[in-house]
Design a protein around this ligand. Structure first.
Ligand SMILES: Cc1ncc(COP(=O)(O)O)c(C=O)c1O
Ligand SMILES: N[C@@H](CCOP(=O)(O)O)C(=O)O
Length: 465
């Protein structure tokens, strides 16, 4: 399997190179040259299999023999052994056609663990085989950072630098990043927004000299392997609800568009998915884009679902590539317009292709709190604010006799203040995190300035010594 850049000017790469590269050298994102396809018969054959077995079946065509099957199976097994639920990603029914896919049973209580635990093992394996080291840089609005630090902390072949927006993540999220005891972990609070952090990460990748000197690698969803690992739970959920002989729809609390793009890929691979519904908080750039065809940045609003407080939804570029029939020139022009004027227009045909597969809805802060309270009263189920955004939008898109699955992207205990204020319950952290708020913090506060951040990384990455 070869991987191509959405901007068409970077070399095509195999799986391992794509895994270790992160952002393409032309600023684009890698996608597989073609989508692997599963027939209905092949999907039916996955019924009754474990999460790990389905993961191996779904991921193999993307890895395409670049890692031995036995090693891949071992890494999948180890990654999901860290999960506290035997099903890894269990489904809970909350209404006649309403289901919640719990993706928060990993170590840091967010869906990011699903991909990150595997990604760390895949990267470690690839670096060991090649005898190389990497400097990982990542941007987080709260959850990617904690998951990456947990997965990469203490690994010999990597140093990890995570940029988060100073004062804009929840206290639990912050401490998951700042209390690591591992010397290879560096948490950086950036004076700015998540978009500033993401811009800095992209700027470091686009600084070819720095990128090569530091052997940069990425763990955000710019890294194809992150998306790849997230495809699996669309398969497990759909199969357990009667797929492929029944269409299943999914609603996804969305920020950087990685999670829902994984659902789109599952559909392209032959999984019968009805609609993919984008659920946004007040930062509703994607909902506005689907309505008007104009992607237009405005200021970021702080919400109770801070992990979705995003304007530049980086994986939307992968969808733009698909709906423009993989015309990289068109993608380059749209991205240039975004850089120059903070906006771009989507042509009519491309927009029609997007709205064939995707719907979208926005949820206000009041509605988030109301959804948490009402869901608890009606079903006894406690939602986190991100999942509440999803549940609110899902209810508007449910159809009789058609299962609608909302992705539960975080555990309520990551956002206790918002949950308590919505419904009066103070959700407790699980035992392995019970002393989190008493652990000592270690982090750096830096300006959102590329030279400042690069020089901090150059001084601390073991690669430069
Ligand atoms: C809890 C939670 N929900 C939803 C999202 C949005 O996911 P994505 O960025 O893949 O759209 C994030 C951040 O990525 C998150 O941390
Ligand atoms: N919400 C994310 C933002 C980064 O998203 P990613 O999927 O590209 O890593 C977070 O929690 O950090």
């Amino acid at each position: 399997m070869q991987y191509v850049s959405t901007r068409g000017e970077a070399p095509n790469l195999g799986f391992i190179d794509t895994l270790l590269t992160g952002l393409a050298r032309d600023g684009g994102l890698y996608v597989p040259k073609s989508w692997p396809h599963f027939s209905k018969k092949e999907i039916r054959a996955l019924r009754g299999k474990s999460y790990e077995e389905i993961a191996f079946a779904v991921l193999s065509p993307f890895v395409d023999g670049e890692i031995d099957d036995a090693d891949l199976k071992r890494m999948i097994g180890e990654a999901y052994a860290t999960f506290r639920h035997p099903a890894v990603a269990p489904l809970v029914q909350t209404g006649a056609n309403a289901f919640i896919l719990e993706l928060f049973h990993g170590t840091t209580l967010a869906f990011k663990d699903v991909a990150m635990q595997l990604l760390a093992r895949l990267m470690d394996h690839a670096l060991e085989v090649r005898g190389e080291r990497s400097t990982i840089v990542g941007a987080t609005s709260g959850d990617t950072g904690g998951a990456a630090i947990d997965a990469f902390g203490g690994r010999d072949r990597t140093d990890i630098f995570i940029l988060f927006p100073h004062g804009k993540v929840s206290p639990v999220q912050q401490r998951q990043m700042t209390t690591s005891a591992h010397a290879n972990v560096h948490a950086i609070a950036v004076r700015g927004t998540f978009d500033d952090c993401q811009d800095l990460v992209k700027a470091m990748f686009n600084d070819v000299k720095f990128r090569d000197r530091m052997q940069l690698a990425g763990v955000n969803s710019i890294n194809w392997a992150r998306i790849m690992a997230q495809i699996v739970y669309y398969f497990t959920a759909a199969i357990s609800l009667g797929g492929p002989d029944r269409k299943i729809s999914f609603t996804v609390p969305t920020g950087n568009f990685g999670d829902i793009f994984a659902g789109y890929v599952a559909k392209r691979m032959g999984l019968p998915i009805g609609k993919l519904v984008i659920a946004t908080n007040d930062n509703d750039i994607l909902a506005r884009t689907l309505k008007t065809g104009r992607y237009e940045m405005r200021g970021v609003a702080a919400t109770t679902s801070p992990s979705m407080d995003i304007q530049i939804s980086s994986n939307f570029e992968r969808l733009l590539f698909e709906v423009h029939d993989r015309d990289a020139g068109k993608v380059r022009r749209l991205m240039e317009s975004l850089k120059q004027s903070q906006a771009f227009e989507i042509e009519k045909d491309a927009l029609a292709a997007i709205t064939r597969d995707f719907k979208a809805g926005k949820v206000t802060e009041k509605q988030v709190a109301k959804t948490i309270k009402e869901t608890l009263e009606a079903t006894g189920y406690l939602l986190d604010p991100h999942t509440a955004v999803g549940v609110h939008v899902a209810a508007k898109h449910e159809k009789p006799n058609a299962p609608m699955v909302t992705l539960a992207t975080a555990h309520p205990a990551k956002f206790p203040a918002a949950v308590k204020s919505a419904c009066g319950i103070d959700p407790a952290l699980p035992s392995w995190l019970a002393d989190l708020m008493q652990r000592e913090e270690r982090y750096e506060v830096l300006d959102a300035d590329i030279e400042t951040v690069e020089s901090f990384i150059a001084r601390h990455a073991r690669i430069s010594s």
